[in-house]
Design a protein around this ligand. Structure first.
Ligand SMILES: [Zn+2]
Length: 300
C-alpha cells in the first residue's frame, strides 16, 4: 500500500529483547496450532472453523478467564450472505474483571475465521488472523494474572472475512449495555513486516487517543507508525477490519496491523514466514498501549 496516508511520528526501533523473542515463540506455537491439520483455513460455518473455536475455548479454560455471559464463551449469531442465504456464525467472548468496578469495558478483539479451502487449496491465514488470535490469548493470560483498571471483554470474532459479521453482531447485541463499552482494540495481521513496522490506526478518527498512544513508539522493539485512519479509500483502514463495526456505532477504536504483504489472502500465508522476534516485539508494544489506554479516563 502507498505510504502517503502515514503521519511522520515514526521513530527508530530499538532491537527486540530475549524476552520478546521468547514471547514471540510462544505466540508462534498458537499460530502453528491454528493453521495445523484439520483447521482447513477456518472459514465461517465449516468444520475447520469449529475446530479452531474448540481450540481457542480450551486455551481460555486453561488460562482461567471466565466467559463474558453465563451461557458460555460461545455467542451464536446469524447473518445474511451477499447471495441472500442465512448463515450461522459463533463469536467467543471472555472477560477479565477490572480493578475499578465502575469503569466501562474495553473490548480487545481478533477474528479467528479465514478463507478456508478454495479450488482445492487451503488458505491457512497464519498472519490473517491466527496471529491476532495468538496475541489476544496472550492478553488473556496477562489480564487474568494482573487485572487492568478497566474490565476487558476478549472477543474472538467469526465471519470477519464475510464483511465484519461477528463484530457487527457483537455491536448490535453486546454482552454488556453498549453504553458500557468505551473502546475497541483490534488485532488483524500483526506478525509480519519486512520493515519491522506495526501500524496503529484510530487516533486520526478519535483525536483523544493520539496523546495517549504517541509515547508507546519511543524505544519500542519494533517501529511503531501511526496512520491509515484518515481520508477514505484503500489506504484508510477505518472500515477494513472488525474495529469498523465499533467505529460505525460511535465507539472509538485502536487497530494494530501490518501493511499487506505478498502472501496476503493467498494459500502461502503460512506460519513458517513469521519471525518470532517481530511478533514478540509487537506484543510488547500492544501491552504498552493497553497500559496507556487503561490509565485514561475517557477515549472520546
Ligand atoms: Zn483479517
Amino acid at each position: 500500500m502507498a505510504l502517503a496516508a502515514v503521519r511522520p511520528e515514526a521513530r527508530q526501533a530499538a532491537t527486540a529483547t530475549a524476552g520478546d523473542v521468547a514471547t514471540g515463540k510462544a505466540l508462534l506455537a498458537s499460530i502453528t496450532a491454528l493453521t495445523g491439520p484439520g483447521m482447513d483455513g477456518r472459514a465461517a460455518g465449516t468444520a475447520g472453523n469449529a475446530k479452531a473455536r474448540a481450540w481457542i475455548e480450551s486455551r481460555l479454560r486453561a488460562i482461567g478467564v471466565p466467559p463474558a455471559v453465563p451461557s458460555g464463551f460461545a455467542v451464536p449469531f446469524q447473518y445474511d450472505t451477499k447471495a441472500g442465504a442465512t448463515q450461522a456464525g459463533v463469536n467467543l467472548v471472555a472477560r477479565c474483571n477490572g480493578r475499578r468496578a465502575d469503569a466501562p469495558a474495553i473490548v480487545v478483539s481478533a477474528h479467528y475465521d479465514h478463507l478456508g479451502v478454495r479450488d482445492g487449496q487451503t488458505y491457512h491465514g497464519a498472519d490473517d488472523n491466527a496471529s491476532g488470535v495468538a496475541l489476544l490469548l496472550h492478553i488473556a493470560e496477562r489480564c487474568q494474572a494482573t487485572p487492568f483498571a478497566h474490565p476487558l471483554l476478549l472477543a474472538f470474532f467469526d465471519a470477519e472475512e464475510q464483511g465484519l459479521r461477528g463484530a457487527r453482531a457483537f455491536v448490535a447485541t453486546p454482552p454488556v449495555p453498549a453504553a458500557g463499552i468505551a473502546l475497541d482494540v483490534n488485532f488483524d495481521m500483526v506478525s509480519r513486516s519486512d520493515r519491522r513496522e506495526i501500524f496503529v490506526a484510530g487516533p486520526g478518527r478519535w483525536p483523544r487517543l493520539g496523546p495517549l498512544l504517541t509515547p508507546i513508539a519511543k524505544d519500542a522493539p519494533v517501529t511503531v507508525r501511526f496512520g491509515h485512519d484518515t481520508g477514505g479509500g484503500q489506504d484508510d483502514w477505518t472500515t477494513q477490519s472488525d474495529h469498523g463495526a465499533f467505529h460505525a456505532a460511535g465507539i472509538p477504536f485502536v487497530y494494530f496491523g501490518v501493511e499487506d504483504h505478498a502472501d496476503y489472502h493467498k494459500p502461502t500465508d503460512t506460519a513458517d514466514k513469521i519471525a518470532p522476534e517481530f511478533l514478540g516485539g509487537v506484543a510488547t508494544v500492544v501491552l504498552r498501549a493497553l497500559s496507556a489506554l487503561d490509565g485514561a479516563a475517557a477515549f472520546k
